[in-house]
Design a protein around this ligand. Structure first.
Ligand SMILES: *Cc1c(COP(=O)(O)O)cnc(C)c1O
Length: 383
């Protein structure tokens, strides 16, 4: 019965059972490293907490459920989850990645894994021909981030999945920006879905955690092996907080989307604003794909002011009062960021500007406050 639930029930019940010891409805925080055995190997499924922990297991079951997948894995951060995916590869393997992607992902690819002999191609994936052009017999992974950060481009997951299947290449999708509420990449043909659960899944800016979900049993075995062998797991307390966050994901996301929609239109109608990047606009170049693969348009948007430059953007983000100037996104509170100097500072300026991340760009993670207060704050900051 539980597996057939609608999404808004899966967030609460998916893969969950009352705890075996006392029937606790929320899984206890099993703050233990090890488990008593009656005889060597005589245990109840848990031996050592790097390998398995009941609180983490409850979270991993929930993650699998909300992504419509069979196997969930939780890690110490989103980047630790990505690190585990890259360890599926061998020196000489090639990866094709979205060009407009999270700065930390770019840093992990280029500063760590290029050194271990992996080769990365960064391409604009709105045109899937750019992917096909880069495929060689060594291509083993396609890495997609959609909506992209911070330009809010939309990549057609089904179209990329078709290419990946034809060439027997693994397809991984970073689903952090959309969250499982808006889009479920496995159902669109992806092999691996990755989350920085730090963002919308946990949702309260109080935990750093990463996740992977897959369907295929062999792939799950390999990822489970890496998770245990490399050991980048999350602790029981953070697992608990993330599981608690997921239970309200659907209600939060609904409000994030409503508020972002109003703010996108407010900005668009403001004479001081040059451009607003939000996939819900009909004239957004990938609007139709967004409409077909996402349930709504999300809580993220970015914009540039008319004649804006580095200084003007800094002035606006400093003047904001209700929007907190901070890295990260996806929490209940609204955040503003200046990608060029913050999240994307690790990407060289020339590389950054090729994908539109200019000095004047401001990114908003629209929270779930009263939207009238958010608009008033933007109004006074833009001046
Ligand atoms: C934050 C983020 C990451 C990295 O996740 P951490 O939990 O910070 O390690 C990866 N991808 C995207 C899109 C992100 O926003």
């Amino acid at each position: 019965m539980k597996e057939k639930l609608h999404f808004n029930s899966q967030t609460i019940h998916g893969g969950q059972h009352p705890d075996k010891a006392y029937g606790a409805v929320m899984p206890p925080i099993y703050q233990t490293s090890t488990y008593a055995q009656t005889t060597p190997g005589g245990h109840q499924g848990f031996e050592y907490s790097r390998t398995h922990n009941p609180t983490r297991k409850a979270l991993e079951n929930s993650l699998a459920s909300i992504e419509g997948g069979n196997f969930g894995f939780a890690f110490g951060s989103g980047l630790a989850a990505m690190d585990a995916v890259l360890k599926l590869l061998q020196p000489g393997d090639e990866i094709i990645s979205t060009n407009d992607l999270y700065g930390g992902s770019y840093r992990l690819f280029t500063k760590i894994f290029e050194g271990f002999g992996l080769k990365f191609h960064f391409v604009g994936m709105e045109d899937t021909a750019n992917i096909s052009r880069c495929i060689t017999s060594n291509t083993k992974l396609i890495w997609v981030e959609t909506p992209t950060n911070p330009m809010m481009n939309i990549i057609d997951i089904q179209a990329v999945a078709k290419i990946a299947k034809t060439h027997k290449i693994l397809l991984a999708v970073d689903n952090t920006f959309a969250s499982s509420y808006l889009q479920q990449p496995l159902t669109l043909g992806a092999d691996i879905v990755m989350h920085s659960a730090t963002k919308y899944l946990a949702g309260h800016s109080d935990v750093v955690l990463g996740a992977l979900v897959v369907n295929d049993t062999d792939l799950a075995e390999r990822i489970g092996f890496i998770q245990n062998a490399s050991g980048a797991i999350c602790g029981p307390m953070d697992s608990f907080l993330t599981l608690r966050g997921i239970k309200t994901l659907h209600v939060r996301m609904q409000r994030h989307c409503e508020n972002a929609r109003e703010i996108a239109h407010f900005l668009k109608n403001n004479p001081k604003i040059e451009n607003v990047f939000w996939p819900g606009f009909e004239e957004h170049p990938n609007h139709q794909i967004a409409k077909s693969q996402m349930h709504d348009f999300g809580g993220m948007l970015s914009f540039v002011t008319k004649g804006g430059d580095y200084k003007a953007a800094i002035k606006i983000v400093e003047r904001l009062q209700l929007f907190t100037l901070a890295e990260s996104l996806g929490g209940v509170e609204s955040l503003a960021g200046h990608p060029a100097s913050m999240t994307h500072a690790s990407i060289p300026k020339a590389e950054r500007e090729k994908s539109g991340v200019v000095d004047a760009l401001i990114r908003l993670s629209v929270g779930i406050e009263d939207v009238r207060d958010l608009i008033a704050d933007l109004e006074q900051a833009i001046g």
